[in-house]
Design a protein around this ligand. Structure first.
Ligand SMILES: *Cc1c(COP(=O)(O)O)cnc(C)c1O
Length: 245
């Protein structure tokens, strides 16, 4: 019971933070979706949030999508994939009802995804992941290569580009974090100007527990929140971003 109340209480706090950030930047809260970053969170705790009405979740590892798939299948929700995806895990991932891969970061991955989806007669939404902090430890396409990447991915008929995703810098200096989010928005505008056939650029997935206000001020349409709702994780985040470990 205490567990349940904590999760709901935390969601309410996040909701208030989103509303306040929207007010500050003259946006409406309906423009910002809250994605629950559920890595390491057991299915029964995720269900508390789903039953409370927050039904968009994101996993980082195919293993976890698989592990929780059965337990979550009867609770209505929508699932995105937000982690580094290895090509040899594509087949497994596509067995589950994932509607969007937010972390598309290589042409080779796009090609393999497209092939699999073609076989299944399906399409999937994708966001292009951009490395806005220019850190080697982060996945994502270099900002200077983003337009070319969008053009290449647009050629794959079974991938529907909906926007961009970034992780941004982990820093207490919020103005440096803001620069990452602003860069993502600049790239969004540049790609829009290219007017590439089949490319939509509505979604900007950016902002996490510590920096969602800044992200919303810079135009986020999806904020991905884990720790502030489900509590601290025991492993460093790099562990979850790397499928190889
Ligand atoms: C874990 C994770 C988040 C959420 O981070 P928190 O700091 O726990 O809110 C968001 N995006 C990605 C890609 C993540 O891996």
């Amino acid at each position: 019971m205490e567990n349940k109340d904590t999760i709901i209480h935390n969601i309410e706090i996040i909701k208030k933070r989103i509303i306040r950030a929207c007010e500050k930047s003259n946006r409406t809260p309906e423009e910002v979706k809250l994605l629950l970053a559920t890595k390491t969170v057991p299915a029964e705790r995720i269900k508390i949030a789903l039953n409370y009405g927050y039904t968009l979740i994101g996993e980082n590892r195919v293993q976890e999508v698989k592990g929780k798939g059965d337990e979550l299948k009867d609770t209505p929700h929508q699932q995105h994939f937000i982690g580094h995806l290895q090509t040899n895990k594509i087949k497994d991932l596509l067995k589950y009802p994932v509607t969007c891969i937010e972390s598309l970061d290589r042409v080779g991955l796009a090609e393999r995804l497209d092939k699999r989806l073609a076989n299944k007669g399906k399409t999937i939404d994708v966001l292009l992941q951009i490395n806005t902090s220019n850190e080697e430890s982060k996945f994502g396409v270099h900002p200077g290569d983003a337009i070319e990447f969008a053009r290449q991915v647009a050629q794959f008929q079974h991938l529907k580009i909906k926007g961009l995703m970034t992780i941004g810098l982990f820093s207490a200096e919020l103005e440096r974090v803001r620069a990452c989010f602003r860069l993502l928005r600049d790239i969004q505008q540049k790609i829009q100007q290219e007017d590439i056939s089949g490319v939509e650029m509505k979604e900007l997935s950016m902002g996490m527990s510590g920096d969602l206000e800044v992200a919303i001020e810079e135009g986020a349409t999806i904020v991905r929140v884990g720790t502030a709702i489900f509590g601290e994780r025991i492993y460093p985040d790099s562990y979850y971003w790397n499928e190889e470990k």
